[in-house]
Ligand binder design. Structure first.
Ligand code: ADP
Ligand code: MG
Length: 401
């Protein structure tokens, strides 16, 4: 789960991580009120969306002259003007895709005098099973490009979970970032506080781009991207409260209500599968047969008829879906339950896309019987390649007709 920058900065404050003063605003009036509480003479109006690259982004509604989703204001009147322009407008950045994101919240922050922009992040490094910090002097830029072209400019340090964080690790990062004197001390404390926050809050990603050195020589976190392990959210109601459903794909929100593992993709073949591994194999084989999956969907082991019905409805509600492939290996999940769910959903919604079903395993004969007696037009398949060949052929045939 992702959160907004202003929420990430609340967490910074809780952990003693230095960040500029600021307040969230949902209206122009609130933006002005927030700016009045800050000392000035420079304010930053920042669009809050779950995507980076806001500074270089563009609003659909405005001409190229209007700058992006992070704007420096030199008066309170300017804060009001920028807030008015941004609220309700659609911001397109390198990370939003062409359709962009509607801005519904702002963050009004004190402007900082920046000397240098650095890069710092923490991730779970699966190779070493540890939390790893990644640091670079090349902050504010496209870090993927730095990693690709000048990997020597990136330092990675992983923390041993049993021993915990040691100050010498923070000093290593400080030297890699070209810090000196009191800044080294600040960096050692910063990494320690961030590590504690990362572990205590069950984060999966933390990115501070930029971490800046101010003109007065202090470290300050100017941005905050945080991602939390959704499997651990049950023990963090305070984080769950920060969820912003407006920033999530509506069909994924619907799927999460039913505890379905669903990820929307760009292709045209809707997939309903049980088990993450089988779901991946199904997506692969669709690609092998020359088409693209419209989603990843794992209905899980103990799915009920209602859950299957909800899953089927979610697939059908995607306008890109031109064909559906159901691929079930009945182990804990029984084939008859899947069949009942599909039939129940189909009775409520018109299906005009070809439907290929491959069932195997527990109660397979009963499942096939339920489907056969349903009156639905279903093409049965015997194995993975047979299923993929049939659904891609059916969709191509329908498109040609
Ligand atoms: P994004 O990464 O989405 O573009 P950032 O929060 O990183 O958004 O802001 C983009 C740039 O705007 C930063 O690299 C920095 O140069 C500038 N900036 C952001 N916040 C402030 C601030 N409080 N004071 C001065 N400049 C800022
Ligand atoms: Mg940034």
């Amino acid at each position: 789960m992702n959160i907004h920058e202003y929420q990430a900065k609340e967490l910074y404050r809780q952990y003693g991580v230095p960040t500029p003063q600021g307040f969230a605003a949902f209206t122009v009036d609130e933006a002005v009120e927030a700016a009045r509480k800050l000392p000035g003479p420079l304010w930053v109006v920042k669009a809050q969306i779950h995507a980076g690259g806001r500074g270089k982004g563009k609003f659909k509604e405005f001409s190229a002259g209007e700058k992006g989703g992070v704007r420096l204001a030199r008066s309170i009147d300017e804060v009001a003007l920028f807030a008015k322009q941004m609220l309700g407008a659609t911001l397109v950045t390198a990370q939003t895709g062409g359709e962009g994101r509607k801005v519904r919240r702002l963050y009004i922050e004190n402007g900082s005098a920046i000397d240098r922009e650095l890069y710092l992040s923490a991730i779970i490094d699966r190779g070493s099973s540890r939390v790893a910090f990644i640091a670079s002097t090349e902050g504010g830029m496209d870090i993927e490009e730095v990693a690709h072209k000048t990997p020597e400019k990136i330092l990675t340090i992983s923390i041993d979970p049993a021993a915990g964080y040691f100050p010498f690790e923070g000093r290593k990062i400080a030297f890699a970032l070209g810090l000196a004197g009191d800044q080294v001390k600040q960096c050692v404390k910063l990494i320690g506080d961030l590590y504690r926050m990362f572990v205590e809050k069950d984060m999966s990603l933390l990115e501070i781009n930029p971490l800046v050195v101010t003109k007065s020589g202090d470290l300050l976190c100017l941005d905050g991207k945080m991602n939390f392990d959704s499997n651990a959210l049950f023990r963090h109601p305070e984080i769950l409260k920060m969820r912003d459903i407006d920033e999530e794909d509506p069909s994924e929100v619907e799927a999460s209500k039913y505890d379905l593992s669903y990820v929307k993709l760009d292709g045209s073949i809707g997939c309903m599968v049980n088990g993450a591994g089988l779901a991946m194999a199904t997506m692969d084989i669709i690609k092998l047969y020359g088409m693209e999956p419209a989603n990843f969907l794992d209905v899980g082991g103990g799915a009920t008829k209602d859950k299957v019905k909800a899953a089927f409805k979610i697939i059908l509600s995607d306008p890109n879906v031109k064909g559906i492939l159901i691929n079930i290996f009945g182990g804990i999940m029984r084939c008859d339950v899947i069949a009942e769910g599909v039939v129940a959903a189909a009775r409520e919604m018109a299906i005009n896309a070809p439907l290929v079903v491959r069932l195997e395993g527990t109660n397979v004969e009963l499942g096939k019987q339920i489907l056969a007696q349903s009156g639905l037009t279903i093409t049965p398949a015997d194995n993975l390649s047979d299923a993929a060949a049939k659904i891609t052929a059916a969709v191509k045939m329908k498109e040609a007709a």
